[in-house]
Design a protein around this ligand. Sequence first.
Ligand code: HEM
Length: 452
Amino acid sequence: MVSQPIEKKPVGTSGLPFIGSMVDFARNPIQFITGLQADYGDVAAFSLLGNKSVLVSNPHDVERVLLETGKRYDNGKQTGSHTMETILGNGLVTSEGDFWKRQRKLIAPSFHHQSIKKYAEQIVTYSQDLAATWQNGAVRDVHQDMMTLTQRIIMKVLFDVDVRDNTGEASEAFDAMMKAMGAEQTSIEAILPNFIPTRSRSRMQAGVTYINGMLMEIIEKRRTETSTRHDLLTMLMETRDDEGQPMSTNQLLDEIRTLYLAGHETTATTLSWAWMLISQNPDVYAKLEAEVDRVLEGRAPTADDVGQLTYCNAVIKESLRYYPVAWITRRVPLEDVEIGGYHIDKGTFVFLSPWVLHHDPRWFDQPERFMPERWLKDKAEQPMREAYIPFGGGPRVCIGNGFAMMESVLILAALVQQFHVAVLPEQRLDIELAGTLRPKFGLNAKLTGRGG
Ligand code: HEM
């Protein structure tokens, strides 16, 4: 029997002429996509600036799209995104096809379980350095502290460089780039042609120039060194293609800038949300402190403790469910495809949102409750695997996910051991969607030493 081609088109909203739903999307993206799913179901059509778009929200369909990326779908990061191109160049997040495959194969071993274990000690030492600057009774912006800490860690891991007291300018440059990314998704800039120089675009360009300068300095210095180091930068500098050629300096810059950018704010923000969520749930916090004290018995955490700190792991997993910092992604079909029984044209923007999946009561019991316990149940009773995608999935799954989990658990344990961090309830806690989902005004917390 010959199967009939699927003709059914997804229903949804067409929005305004030309700009489509851009205004609603820009005003409150999370409300817009959540409403879209609620109103039109798991394959909901909309339009953004003339681009046909669908939001896919059934976990099985989402999994299929993720798995078929590279075959029937482009990763789609560069499609129509000048900002992404400027910030990330042709690095691992943005590249496509055989080129991406080769680079991924090259970089992946550095993030394998055995390779990352060696960074545990450094992560803990740097966390303890941070704790040494904290004072009993003080109020700190812990989001800023998490940013500085994870930045120091990623610089050490990637480049074997310690930027202890020198993260200020890099942070500013980073912030400008993230804001530009957010502006492109959620403001009037989305409809302005690329050649129009807005304030955020010039700040972004200045940010890229600053970060490139910083990384170039590291590369140049490395080229003059006689001893060999065993970090990711050395490996990328020593690699040769089939013709025996090294990676061009521009490509090297794109790859390391991508890893530097993708590899610290995501973890920092996840930790910030974790501090907030445990502060709002004292019973969870008490269990966390009890586990840390029981497992560590007053000594510093090590890589081998990560697996023993099961509640700590569950707190991070649940924080990533509640606030998935990479709240939305998209793919672009290379041919006409079928999703959830609907015909989707080639070139449509196919949006997948961890936020929508993670807050859907069909897949998560009481999704608005912060319950690390849901991850401690027997496997069969845990939430549906396909509905939980904080690190994406398929061939383009986050290359740093194992590292990010280990890093988050170790930082949390090392700091929980020494201080009680109570995020102040009376502050303004807006979410900023600047590339990632992060606390807009920082996160002030009162610190109380635990007398260790
Ligand atoms: C909690 C922390 C993190 C979260 C939530 C996160 C999330 C994600 C997600 C959702 C994707 C896939 C995006 C998509 O499918 O469109 C991704 C990709 C990626 N992430 Fe992460 N990430 C984190 C930490 C890291 C770290 C620590 C690194 C590196 C040091 C990293 C490097 C990358 C890279 C290079 C990609 C692109 C992979 C590819 O396309 O081959 N991430 N991340």
